[in-house]
Design a protein around this ligand. Structure first.
Ligand code: FAD
Length: 275
């Protein structure tokens, strides 16, 4: 099916893009287009104007800054997968990126687009939650910072409003003791159960982000609390304590609950064996 007719705008600066969004409440941002364009073809999305942010150079970078990693929202999955800086300083990100979709998806799809889209089966939400990322969002009233705990609002809805643009994602420098384990839907690669784990060996704490299981990605706090200061893998069964697993054409709730527990244990063991 073809998308409904729309106007196309291609701003070259962030300020211009925000002004275009402010002029039209039916306008939508286009990043890599790998979620928005399929939705438009199915007429699930019918924006009357597309604001293509693909030519805004100030939204695409990976750098170490003030003791953190800063990534522009238009950075592609492939750029993250192939970043030597990230392999060294925040290795969970390349590990997640290389498990996304296929080469074409990774070449066009962006970190910012995936996060704003807030698909409950997307990979990035598990990682940004486990890493306690923060998000720089720009809108007509200026910039604001959103913490990862507040970013995913519900299924397919993030904290970024229609007239705002996600600009930057900031993450901590981490040790190598991280892992991402997913059971993927075979055709698309989307997660039926994805677990991102960060093990802090010195303080004996873990951070666990989960995707694919519930209507939105979440931190497995029950697992984290149960494991604080202890041997690390026994408490993975608590991974679904805080949520009602989804039941859909890809997997039953019971199968998802099982996968979440297995992948949680595997991610923790893998992270523990590294670094
Ligand atoms: C065949 C296929 C397989 C896939 N497999 C996987 C997979 O295994 N794992 C996975 O996680 N994902 C997968 N994806 C999704 C892919 O990662 C997309 O790239 C991603 O979800 C959206 O990123 P995008 O840059 O293409 O965003 P777009 O499609 O351009 O935009 C998505 C949404 O975000 C909004 N938006 C985009 N950028 C911004 C911004 N900076 N500020 C404000 N709003 C913004 C848009 O308005 C739109 O609503 C797959 C997609 C396809 C087509």
């Amino acid at each position: 099916m073809l998308p409904a007719p729309f106007d196309y705008q291609r701003p070259t600066s962030l300020a211009e893009a925000i002004s275009l969004l402010a002029q039209n409440e039916d306008a939508k941002v286009l990043a890599g287009g790998h979620s928005l364009i399929p939705a438009m073809k199915l007429r699930l999305a019918q924006p009357n104007t597309i604001v293509d942010i693909g030519r805004i150079a100030e939204l695409s970078y990976i750098r170490e800054q003030d003791g953190k990693i800063a990534i522009g929202a238009m950075t592609t999955h492939f750029e993250i997968e192939s970043s030597a800086l990230l392999r060294e300083r925040c290795p969970l990100l390349p590990e997640v990126a290389r498990q996304i979709g296929d080469a074409q998806v990774r070449n066009k799809g962006t970190l910012g687009g995936s996060l704003v889209h807030a698909d409950p089966a997307a990979d990035w939400p598990a990682a940004v939650l486990a890493l306690d990322a923060e998000f720089d969002v720009a809108g007509p009233k200026g910039r604001r910072v959103v913490r990862s705990a507040d970013f995913f609002v519900e299924m397919m809805q993030s904290a970024v409003q229609q007239n705002e643009i996600l600009c930057e994602i900031r993450l901590p420098l981490t040790p190598k003791s991280v892992a991402y384990v997913k059971f993927a839907q075979k055709a698309s690669g989307f997660a039926i159960a994805g677990v991102a784990a960060l093990v802090d060996k010195r303080n004996k704490t873990v951070a666990v982000g989960i995707t694919g299981i519930a209507p939105k990605a979440y931190r497995a706090r029950a697992v984290e609390h149960a494991l604080r200061g202890k041997g690390l893998t026994r408490e993975a069964a608590k991974v679904i304590e805080e949520v009602e697993p989804l039941n859909d054409i890809h997997a039953s709730a019971e199968f998802r609950a099982h996968l979440a527990q297995v992948n949680c244990r595997r991610a923790l063991e893998l992270a523990l064996s590294r670094g």
